[in-house]
Design a protein around this ligand. Structure first.
Ligand code: RUB
Length: 310
């Protein structure tokens, strides 16, 4: 039997099954899960509490391997607790302090997102067409903010096989009163001819400024280059992957083949990578909470923000 709280196990299940999807949602839910774990813990000592949080943090981090924003949030939570567990506070006080630290962390995430939306709005072309892929709450946040500020534009959303996150984008934008057209992924080249801007989200950004996002993103970036359309990714600096600091590659999650074809004929092999890598040379810039920056600056600014010592 798992030592983790039921609520935490449920969140892990929902992250794995994509009921909870998108890097920011995943990171926020992981923070929520750690608070559930701490609140319901029966640990008798600060160190026992820390052990539980480390265990839950490890299980959450492994629930989807290509999610550095979640990993960075878990890292922050573990470091905070480890530091405070050395002090005089008893378990009850420690739980209370942990809860308020995590609430402040989530508050900062929301503030970063709001700043990013504002900067991203400047990129949205008036009377233009924006092409996007998958469902990114950061991208939809920018588009909704731009609409609220009076910009007129329409959006092309690629449907994003195999899990159709493009439909989530299309439905959300339609609800917000933004003109949106859904197309199959294979129609991206046709649609690119009329696009003024490509804007996608990010799961991970490497030390070289390369982007890892939903599979198909790199294809969109290549098409954008071919048609001389600007290609931006909206990514908070906390999407930086520490794993890539010394040249290692970010692991690309490979999902169940049934998502692609549940009963394939004998002899047909299926691959189902969830993400792909877009080289920084294809990226016009990243929209971050500090402004729009060149891909080459992402690492330095992220290292400062995350307090990473090289
Ligand atoms: C979602 C995806 C999104 C990023 C960014 O993939 O690739 O573009 O996660 O999302 P999945 P956000 O559906 O497999 O999680 O901007 O919301 O952080």
């Amino acid at each position: 039997m798992s030592l983790m709280q039921t609520g935490v196990r449920r969140i892990i299940r929902d992250i794995k099954s994509l009921k909870i999807q998108g890097a920011r949602n995943i990171a926020k839910e992981a923070v929520g899960a750690l608070v559930i774990e701490a609140n319901s813990s029966r640990a008798k000592t600060p160190h026992a509490l820390l052990r539980e949080i480390r265990l839950a943090g490890g299980a959450l981090a492994n629930s989807r391997p290509t999610e550095p924003m979640m990993r960075n949030a878990i890292e922050d939570a573990k470091n905070y607790l480890a530091q405070e567990a050395k002090g005089k506070a008893g378990v009850r006080d420690l739980k209370r302090m942990f809860k308020s630290h995590e609430a402040a962390f989530l508050g900062r995430m929301d503030k970063d997102a709001a700043n990013l939306f504002e900067y991203g709005t400047g990129l949205i072309p008036d009377n233009g067409v924006v092409l996007t892929h998958c469902h990114s709450s950061t991208v939809t946040g920018i588009l909704k903010r731009a609409k609220a500020k009076g910009k007129r534009f329409t959006v092309v959303s690629c449907e994003t096989r195999p899990r159709w996150q493009g439909r989530i984008t299309a439905a959300e934008l339609a609800r917000a009163g933004i003109g949106v057209t859904l197309v199959v992924d294979g129609a991206a080249n046709m649609m690119m001819k009329k696009a003024d801007l490509c804007l996608v989200g990010a799961d991970s950004v490497t030390s070289k400024g390369d982007l890892i996002n939903k599979v198909g993103t790199s294809m969109i970036a290549h098409l954008a280059r071919m048609h001389d359309v600007s290609f931006f990714s909206a990514a908070e600096l906390s999407k930086f992957s520490r794993f890539t600091m010394y040249g290692a590659r970010e692991e690309i999650e490979e999902r169940d083949h049934e998502e692609v074809w549940d009963m394939p004929p004998r002899g047909v092999k299926i691959r189902n990578p969830a993400f792909d890598v877009t080289a920084s040379s294809y990226i016009s810039g990243y929209v971050t909470e500090l402004g729009v920056i060149p891909a080459q600056s992402f690492f330095n600014l992220a290292a400062q923000k995350l307090g990473i010592r090289i």
